[in-house]
Design a protein around this ligand. Sequence first.
Ligand code: CO
Ligand code: ZN
Length: 331
Amino acid sequence: MKELIKKLVECIGPSGFEHIVRDVIKDEIAPFVDEMHVDALGNLIARKGTRKESGLRVMLSAHMDEIGIIATHIDENGFVRFTTVGGVFPRNCPGGRVRFMNGAQGVIGTERAESADKAYTIEQLFIDVGASSRTDCPVKVGDVAAFDRPMLDLGNRLVAKAMDDRISVAAQIETLRRLKDTPHEVYFVFSVQEEVGLRGATTAAYGVDPDVGIAVDITMTGDTPRGTKMEVALGKGPAIKVRDGRMLSDPRLVKLMVEAAEKAGIPYQMEVLEGGTTDASVIQLTRAGVPSGCVSIPCRYVHSPSEMVDIRDVEHAVRLLLEILSNPILL
Ligand code: CO
Ligand code: ZN
């Protein structure tokens, strides 16, 4: 699965510009799906299985987009000023490299610091693409970019930009491929524009009209020096979400996930996330409401150019999803 993960995380695809990632996913899943289409906003929606007597229409969702930046101004010396696409933290930017959709690359520079202990704001940052004037600058106002980094393989631990949420895209692809026998009609959604407000999953869920919704996304951990107080740690299994900043998971679905993990002997953790949310929060509020939950993959350094996951958690997330999808979902 490492090869697939590398292929996915190294694609460029900030919110609204997911077509490169989507084409990779299409090729990976085409031989295994019963049907797939791309909706008006760009969500890739693949169906597998037909509904048997005990079955439901189940929607899974992992987002294809990543955080990025958008050029707002090019000065006379060719320096690019920018604003953010999604939750880019200025503290994670200085010295970082970015790649624009047209292939142009650059490094993020900073203005002279006013005081050593004050964090930079986005307005104090710029991108140097190696240009010397506005005319020879390969970047124009409105061009978008994402962090640019090759994946780092540390054995069980993998580091890359866009692990949020390509690691879950990889998990969904793997689940789709391995799913053999299901009583459900399963919709594997690869959503757009999550990082700018869960926009893709909002329309995808309306279109799919599921009985049950499960997001697959990353979650934060509390296992780094003086980190956030949180139970979730890398390598201890997928996290079953109880709540996050915008959602309370359906408790019946949480119970079903816990029982599925116990039955199959899959390690798992319980997730209580204080901020942030996932596609599940909008699936839950679709139409007249959809019981929803989330299987999370623990991730360190979220929304930095070096997000870290443990490959064993990914494998266990796939096994948990397979266990859930292979059995009746009785709520
Ligand atoms: Co994110
Ligand atoms: Zn995410």
